[in-house]
Design a binder for this molecule. Structure first.
Ligand SMILES: Cc1cc2nc3c(=O)[nH]c(=O)nc-3n(C[C@H](O)[C@H](O)[C@H](O)COP(=O)(O)OP(=O)(O)OC[C@H]3O[C@@H](n4cnc5c(N)ncnc54)[C@H](O)[C@@H]3O)c2cc1C
Length: 492
């Protein structure tokens, strides 16, 4: 008999591992294959944002990561907006050894019962959603497995819509003993004419310096000489000039770093995660966090589908997945565009091209679903770009005897919300001052509780009702939050 699992995952990076651990927590039977025969395998993406810690807590994986070599809370010396560098503190961020980080999570997945095959390579997929049949090779034999869902977390995807002009990364490592004292215990980031430089100490006593630039510029100015190009950029900088002539401890490595949104991340029963679904500009160092976060959202979509036969709930899960995907890409594109616009050398072509919305284009051969994805991405980008945070009311909050109601611009709609690890439609407030529909505030469902406002009760009466299920202080805070943003008003 062919063995079967609920979910088959390809790729043991943060995206695949996060999905595997979460699915296992929810009681699914999971198999995971990893292609790399070298394990732990080296990987870039070693500066982790504070949100990764929350996800690790959520996955109950702290203990497994205790021994992973890391440097915590390195401040950044940043030369970005002005010629003068500034020091930016980072609490809860870390530079980890990614090989060890991924290996520790894979080991944990294994210990928790995920069936891990490494190295293994997929040879064939047949069947359909709910009944996939997968063939893969391990060093000893060919294996077969059946699965309801397939998750593709194999890293960067070639089939995509570019979200920004082309960007390439090239990097080298240096012996930490060669590094000037002034660069110790700091990460350095500097905007230079043709791109930006990033440098940091790694936990294993190496120092890495990386250049992000337009590959066409390098090709034009220094074709075929990437090391010389990297050194020249260091030499032209303020923070890296001292290392421009130092010997490299290994060969130069390079990869594409162009942000994108992949095609077809949702096919029935077959989803893409992490870099297989989208890649962000590395300037935010948040790729790992966003990849893991998106995996948690994909698990919610799977969990929803698994628990119901209702076509409408399946459609809701698909919408939820697509919206999170598009929102992640559009939000990051907009943030990057605004951040790139701030540099001291913004008049140079590299920065000019990136400080404006990117004219995304589609291949003429693109199919209908790719066109729909493309349009949705454009719309989301424009929606976020046009959104303006409201000015908060400064006058004292309403008095308890005052009658209150929702402002006329408030609409009550049904929005997809996550409840009990599934997507459900739940009533939410919509208002021009809100960036997106609001169903929960401080983990409290606002509706149907606040339906009482249709009777224009006094503030004291609403506080009385809310405080039956939360503290009076919290109830007051929630109402004040709505009032400050113009969603709540006195009747006269
Ligand atoms: C230049 C650059 C710098 C970056 N710096 C940072 C940073 O500082 N901080 C940060 O948070 N993010 C950073 N990122 C982003 C980060 O590296 C990625 O977002 C993150 O690694 C994505 O995780 P993933 O699991 O999707 O993919 P990956 O980490 O790429 O993992 C994919 C896994 O799938 C395996 N695989 C591939 N093909 C197959 C196959 N056919 N079968 C089975 N397994 C397969 C691979 O061996 C690998 O183990 C950077 C990205 C770039 C390009």
């Amino acid at each position: 008999m062919i063995p079967s699992v609920d979910v088959f995952i390809m790729g043991a990076g943060p995206a695949g591992l996060c999905a595997a651990l979460r699915l296992q927590q929810l009681g699914y039977r999971v198999a995971l294959i990893e292609r790399s025969s070298r394990w732990p395998r080296p990987q870039i993406g070693e500066a982790l944002t504070p949100g990764v810690k929350n996800i690790i807590d959520f996955l109950d994986a702290n203990q497994a990561l205790e021994k992973v070599p890391h440097l915590a809370r390195l401040p950044t010396c940043l030369r970005w907006q002005s010629h003068t560098p500034e020091i930016v503190a980072h609490s809860n961020s870390a530079v980890v050894n990614r090989a060890a980080f991924d290996a520790a999570l894979l080991q944990l997945a294994c210990e928790r019962g995920v069936q891990v095959y490494q190295p293994a390579s997929l040879t064939n997929v047949s069947g359909q959603a709910g009944a996939w049949q997968l063939n893969f090779n391990t060093p000893t034999r060919e294996q077969q497995i059946q699965a309801c869902f397939i998750l593709d977390a194999r890293g960067r995807s070639p089939q995509h819509i570019a979200c920004a002009p082309r960007l390439s990364a090239s990097w080298v490592e240096l012996a930490h003993t060669d590094i000037p004292v002034g660069l110790a215990h700091l990460t350095q980031v500097e905007a230079v004419e043709h791109g930006w430089l990033w440098g940091t100490h790694l936990p294993d006593k190496r120092y890495r310096v990386m250049l992000l630039c337009d590959p066409a510029t390098q090709h034009q100015l220094m074709p075929g000489r990437p090391e010389v190009w990297l050194r020249a950029n260091c030499a032209s900088s303020q923070l890296f000039a001292a290392i421009a002539e130092l010997p490299f401890a290994g060969r130069l490595q390079a990869c594409s770093a162009t942000p994108y949104l992949a095609y077809d991340s949702w096919q029935e029963g077959r989803l893409k995660l992490g870099d297989a679904a989208f890649a962000l500009d590395p300037i935010s160092s948040s790729g790992v966090e966003k990849a893991m976060r998106f995996s948690l959202q994909a698990v919610i979509a799977i969990h929803t589908i698994h628990h119901t036969q209702q076509a409408s709930r399946h459609e809701l899960a698909r919408e939820f997945f697509q919206r999170r995907l598009i929102e992640t890409c559009a939000r990051h594109s907009l943030w990057t565009q605004r951040y790139y616009a701030q540099v001291w050398c913004s008049h140079h072509a590299f920065w000019r091209d990136r400080a404006v919305p990117y004219p995304r284009t589609l291949k003429l051969t693109a199919n209908a679903s790719t066109h729909a994805l493309f349009d949705a991405l454009q719309q989301e980008f424009e929606r976020l770009q046009n959104y303006r945070q409201p000015e908060l009311k400064r006058q004292p909050f309403l008095r308890e005897h005052q009658a209150i109601r929702f402002s006329r611009d408030v609409k009550i709609i049904k929005a997809p919300c996550v409840m009990n690890d599934q997507v459900q439609l739940w009533p939410a407030l919509q208002h021009p001052h809100l960036e997106s529909p609001l169903a929960f505030l401080e983990n409290e469902a606002l509706l149907p509780r606040l339906n009482i406002l249709s009777h224009q009760p006094t503030l004291a009466a609403v506080l009385g009702i809310l405080s039956q299920s939360m503290s009076i202080h919290k109830a007051r805070r929630l109402l004040e939050w709505l009032w400050q943003r113009g969603l709540l008003e006195a009747t006269h």
